[in-house]
Design a binder for this molecule. Sequence first.
Ligand code: NAD
Ligand code: ZN
Length: 360
Amino acid sequence: MSFRNFPMVSRVIFGRGSFNQLGDIISPKRLNTKAPFIFFVDDVFKGDPWLTSRIPLSYEDKLVYVSAAEEPKTDQIDQLVEEIILNFKELPSGIIGIGGGSVLDVAKAVSIMLTNDGEAKDYQGWDLVKNPAIYHVGVPTISGTGAEVSRTTILTGPERKLGINSDYTPFDQVVLDPELAKDVPKEQWFYTGMDCYIHCIESLNGTYLNAFSKSYGEKAFELCKDIFIGNGLSNEEAQDKLMMASWHGGMSIAYSQVGVAHALSYGLGYLLGIKHGIGNCIVFDHLEAYYPEGVRLFKEMKAKHDIQLPLGICADLSDKEFDTMIDVALSLEPLWENAIGKNWKKTITREALRELYEKM
Ligand code: NAD
Ligand code: ZN
């Protein structure tokens, strides 16, 4: 047996208002005045001086707004990289992503592709990246995905939706300022928060579970229960706790794996463009057979926060479309192996997946 030796975020700062220290944190990393910092910022913050006026731009630094309406695509990454190469004489000093999982993934992927030849799609998979990435910093503005700690950046490519999983993917620096999440709309708060909750359930109920994953997973699970079905937390406390839940949930799956909900959600994402958080919720609502207790609690949280999930999203799909989703889901073998065990192919048949998708 060989144990994975995986990298972690090397530096992290936590606290309400810690975003104000970003300038001090990155300035020693500036290579020279011609090597800019590129800030990828979620375009939800366009025209919001509360955040944008605190972005520490100097010399030739550049702020690029990125839409999170759709999940990042490999050709979007290639284009962003090309623009940087065409517009600057030198490679950037650093890439800073400020936003949700989508923008964090853009920042990670661009920092990798600036130092690796070819196209982003060539690196979708495990350990295909050859050269270290440019210094990259993640500043989450919504909590749940764990993208701030993970060693992957999830991209939709021409052939698959799959991460660039590598030792060079994790951020060199993360700024955890829970105040940045203060204006997240309730539905989005729930969907992205449930991504964390589902990470815990899939990790804690998986066959890959070990004491490392369990310790982080249990902590994140406890925090999620406190936030989503507990009473009496102030908004500030809830924001602080969800930011830490996301971190711990991400750490938990780092040394285990996600499971059934994620595998099926990737299928929805690939075919229908349904985003990760809401997709996981749509799927998880139908997974009583796999995660009975987790789904029961999920339904309780959904009711408490009065969340209406979309219905009938697969109602008009053709056989071919179902097959595409099933192919995507089945291709994620480690997720199934974690969820069901080595013999997962005996129970996870195309028919079983079709039946689940038809309920959604
Ligand atoms: P997101 O980045 O897609 O953003 C969701 C919405 O919230 C967007 O409309 C965005 O503009 C808005 N938003 C973000 N911060 C806000 C704020 N402070 N105030 C108001 N609105 C705000 O959301 P997400 O759920 O964090 O990320 C999903 C993405 O993360 C997907 O692309 C998924 O593939 C990826 N993901 C990555 C990993 C990883 O390990 N790399 C893990 C899970 C998910
Ligand atoms: Zn997830």
